[in-house]
Design a protein around this ligand. Structure first.
Ligand SMILES: Nc1nc2c(ncn2[C@@H]2O[C@H](COP(=O)(O)OP(=O)(O)OP(=O)(O)O)[C@@H](O)[C@H]2O)c(=O)[nH]1
Ligand SMILES: [Mg+2]
Length: 282
């Protein structure tokens, strides 16, 4: 079957650990042998059984105590320590060679944008034969506001460009947003053409930023790689749709039916892939 892993990333509180637990349960239901790896050296409470835990190597508390670092510096130090001790992780992974891995990462955004920790991790996994899919979580609150939508999309784009692996962006907490917004509103935001988004952004910002708005819109359009798959963890169909997209991107299971990457979770929306932010799979 080969070695496969999902690398779960995204800003603090975006729903990474909740996703790991949800996906683990779903995989167990469909009889897939799955293990969750915790790579957050500051994590305290786990909803899921932890098969490999970075805290057995290093914790942020230890770094803060011994080196008098603050929490963010402590986290960066701990992640760099992991990179220097990649053999530890590879040894731990040896016990789960036949299993599908879900890797829960910390939420500090500098890990994805400023320092090369995640890229080094991905390179090491690939060298030891893993096919890795980056699964980037963004809170769906982000998508109903043009400014947040653009900044969230740039964050996703930055991680995609840095990691250069199959990449899926997930809009989390759809169950929450469904309570306050109609699905149609959410869909219409996902289907926006970039120029429509930029127009909305112009309306919300001072004149002096309009040129910048256009340049950012152009950047997203040129790459046209930023798409989202909405996830409602209370809906099995939503979870299984997302898993199929991820599996497809890393060719998990020869017997898995290939899916059209342009299929949308919102089945009733036939024009969905007209938007500039279509779903994307490698
Ligand atoms: N209703 C609902 N709540 C969610 C969902 N995902 C996450 N939450 C809640 O959002 C909060 C943050 O979720 P976590 O899964 O801990 O987020 P995280 O990205 O792992 O956070 P950090 O590890 O601190 O970066 C928790 O209170 C979760 O219960 C979801 O899909 N639906
Ligand atoms: Mg977490």
């Amino acid at each position: 079957m080969g070695k496969h892993a999902q690398l779960i990333m995204g800003p603090a509180g975006s729903g990474k650990s909740t996703y790991c637990d949800t996906m683990r349960k779903h995989c167990e239901e469909i009889k897939r042998s799955v293990h969750v790896v915790n790579l957050d050296p500051a994590a305290e409470v786990f909803e899921y059984p932890v098969s490999i835990d970075i805290k057995n190597l290093i914790t942020v508390d230890e770094v803060m105590d011994e080196l008098a670092y603050g929490p963010n510096g402590g986290l960066v130090y701990a992640m760099e320590y992991l990179v220097e001790n990649m053999d530890w992780l590879m040894d731990e992974l040896d016990d789960f060679e036949e299993d599908y891995l879900i890797i829960d990462c910390p939420g500090q955004i500098e890990l994805y944008s400023h320092i090369p920790v995640m890229r080094t991790l991905v390179d090491a996994l690939q060298q030891s034969g893993y096919r890795v899919c980056a699964v980037f979580m963004v809170d769906s609150q982000f998508i109903l506001d043009s400014c947040k939508f653009i900044s969230g999309s740039l964050m996703c784009l930055s991680a995609m460009i840095r990691l250069e692996i199959p990449h899926i962006n997930v809009l989390t907490k759809l169950d929450v947003i469904k309570k306050s917004h109609r699905l149609k509103d959410i869909e219409s935001f996902l289907d926006l053409e970039v120029h429509e988004l930029v127009d909305r952004l112009d309306n919300e910002t001072n004149n002096r930023y309009h040129k910048l708005n256009r340049a950012i819109g152009q950047l997203l359009e040129d790459y046209s790689l930023v798409g989202y798959i909405p996830l409602d963890i209370s809906d099995q169909e939503s979870i299984s749709f997302l898993l199929a997209q991820i599996d497809n991107s890393i060719q998990y299971g020869e017997d898995v039916e290939p899916q059209d990457p342009n299929d949308q979770y919102f089945e009733e929306d036939e024009d969905a892939d007209d938007g500039a932010f279509d779903n994307y799979n490698n």
